[in-house]
Design a protein around this ligand. Structure first.
Ligand code: HEM
Length: 330
């Protein structure tokens, strides 16, 4: 290709946004497949019941529609991966997240096939969901960089606390996928398939895991509001405050939906919202990390610079040594 085909950063920005948008949407559509019980609507992969043009039936089309949409996601992510090398002026910082997108989406396609081949085995379903979150992480970083996002840093403790919240948020999401693995929405109900569930703690497994996940989520909500107030008190403004506000609101929405669904025997519609919202929450968390910037030394760099340029203190003569020293010195 040489240097014949190149791309401006502005044009590439569209590619990165397309990858991010399709990755959010596939979480919604994938959750839709599971919650309509259509996971085995197409029991073979990559074809559907021996053909690429399967007969119309709701579960077949929900599952097959999701597969067709995943091709769109694949094209968006692979295009982002390839074109990152063609951006001029060169942007090496875009290459790594873009390559994660391209490689990850191929792996995700194979994992999707494995999910069907292993009859919606819960460990594979968990891996499938978490790989989606990894792809969202890469896409969010890519979009942050193409938009010229700047992590201002400046406050060591706010930055560190933000990072802890993001990592903890990842754990809450992981705990949620285990609650789902024990839950009633395995994805095979619409086609009459019986899918094995996680039952490590016997009959009480679902309740135990929901309580664990729910308590972890509550702690996350408290921590997020605490961090928001702390950052404000420390004078943080701009993108980081915006992102932390979004995180607090999304956790509140997620928690409310989580509680309502729990007290109403997990209706599929609400569980769909609860399984989809983390895609947006996760992107907001990643952008919070990015906006918080690097961990700086205790005092902000600007402050230290200001100190070092201040006029030196006037020279004061050293005080006279104490009398006994004067005596020994002479
Ligand atoms: C920070 C807030 C929360 C986040 C980020 C979150 C995230 C998640 C995620 C990612 C899943 C798995 C989705 C899937 O595998 O498809 C999940 C499942 C679940 N969550 Fe939450 N959650 C939150 C709060 C809560 C709360 C407060 C409750 C209330 C007890 C709750 C109850 C549940 C239940 C019952 C499931 C399993 C639903 C099913 O059968 O699929 N969540 N959550």
């Amino acid at each position: 290709m040489g240097d014949r085909f190149t791309l401006s950063l502005r044009a590439y920005t569209w590619v990165a946004h397309a990858a991010l948008a399709t990755l959010v949407l596939i979480v919604l559509s994938g959750a839709g497949v599971r919650l309509t019980g259509s996971g085995l609507g197409c029991p073979s992969w990559p074809d559907c019941r021996g053909t690429f043009l399967p007969e119309l039936s709701s579960h077949v089309w929900i599952e097959y529609g999701n597969r067709l949409f995943s091709s769109v996601v694949g094209i968006a992510c692979i295009t982002a991966g390839v074109l990152a090398f063609r951006v001029r002026p060169r942007r090496p910082d875009l290459v790594r997240p873009a390559l994660v997108l391209a490689g990850g989406v191929v792996a995700q396609g194979l994992l999707g096939g494995l999910t069907v081949a292993l009859d919606l085995s819960w460990p594979v379903v968990i891996a499938h969901y978490l790989l989606s979150m990894t792809l969202l992480l890469a896409a969010a970083i890519l979009v942050w960089r193409v938009r010229g996002g700047v992590g201002r840093g400046g406050d060591r403790w706010v930055t560190l606390a933000t990072r802890v919240l993001v990592i903890y948020g990842g754990l809450v999401i992981i705990a949620g996928t285990f609650a789902t693995a024990a839950g009633p929405h395995a994805g095979g109900a619409g086609t009459g398939d019986v899918v094995q569930r996680l039952d490590a703690f016997g009959a009480g497994t679902l309740k135990t895991l929901i309580h664990l996940h729910g308590h972890m989520a509550t702690a996350m909500g408290v921590a997020a509001v605490g961090l928001w107030a702390f950052a404000r008190a420390r004078g943080v403004r701009g993108t980081l405050m915006l992102m932390l506000t979004a995180v607090c609101l999304l956790i509140a929405a997620q928690g409310i939906v989580g509680l309502i669904q729990y007290h109403n025997a997990l209706p599929a519609g609400l569980v769909w919202v609860h399984a989809s919202l983390p895609a947006v929450l996760w992107v907001s968390l990643v952008w919070s990390w990015a906006a918080a910037g690097p961990v700086v030394a205790t005092r902000p760099a600007s402050d230290r610079a200001a100190r070092s340029t201040r006029a030196p203190l006037p020279h004061r003569p050293a005080p006279d040594p104490p009398v006994h020293q004067r005596e020994t010195a002479s």
